[in-house]
Design a binder for this molecule. Structure first.
Ligand code: SAH
Ligand code: MG
Length: 202
């Protein structure tokens, strides 16, 4: 019998072997502390990968439920398997689709954006309508492996340069958004914490 700790270790090893970019230890512990401190009940995650962050969130607080969206079939199936192994099917609900095509009616007190980094503004604008009035949106990889802090000339690949520009535009979008107060934290690969200060229609 493998215990919970062993199963999580296996998930991390699988991610490592298959180059699946799961959140850093520091990043996930910030989020799980946030969940506990604010007694978060409903989380929406964009970008499940193999379920690592969703599982860590679910295990951090017994009253939290997670809805998580993943568009890659292989990862989605691996996530399903991992969630079953940990007996968390009741509290982690997976949706296999492109998040930009998913329309949800539910409201969440925390939304965790951790999918295609070039689409962050789109995810934010789409799902802020699913955020409860005092909810928070947390975005991972705000520094994108440190590249966002580099001079553009230092980045050789054109695609990477374009991606870094998009992430910078996202940071600017957050900073200018008057309905949210955003803090950029030097945690893990950089985390943006955006708390809603004004409700839609105010
Ligand atoms: N949150 C996970 C890591 C997610 S990695 C963890 O920390 O454990 C990012 C994932 O987002 C990838 O698996 C990728 O397939 C998925 N993704 C990217 N764009 C997406 C989209 N538009 N809709 C759904 N999933 C997306
Ligand atoms: Mg991430």
């Amino acid at each position: 019998m493998v215990n919970q700790y062993g199963l999580i270790k296996q998930i991390k090893e699988y991610a490592d072997k298959n180059n699946i970019p799961i959140i850093t230890d520091e990043g996930i512990s910030y989020i799980t502390n946030y969940i506990i401190k604010h007694q978060i009940k409903q989380v929406l995650e964009i970008g499940t990968a193999i379920g690592y962050s969703a599982i860590k969130m679910a295990l951090s607080y017994k009253d939290v439920e997670i809805t998580s969206i993943e568009r890659d079939e292989k990862r989605y199936l691996e996530a399903l398997k991992n969630i079953k192994k940990l007996d968390l099917e009741d509290r982690i609900h997976l949706i296999y689709n492109d998040a930009l095509l998913v329309n949800l009616k539910d409201k969440f007190d925390l939304i965790f954006i951790d999918a295609a980094k070039a689409q962050n503004i789109k995810f934010f604008e789409k799902f802020e309508h699913n955020l409860l009035p005092n909810g928070t949106i947390i975005t991972d990889n705000i520094f994108f492996h440190g590249l966002v802090k580099k001079n553009e000339e230092e980045i050789e690949s054109k695609n990477l340069k374009a991606l870094v520009r998009k992430i910078k535009a996202y940071i600017e979008f957050l900073e200018k958004n008057s309905s949210f107060e955003t803090q950029i934290l030097e945690i893990g690969d950089g985390i943006a914490v955006s708390r809603r200060t004004k409700t839609e229609g105010d």
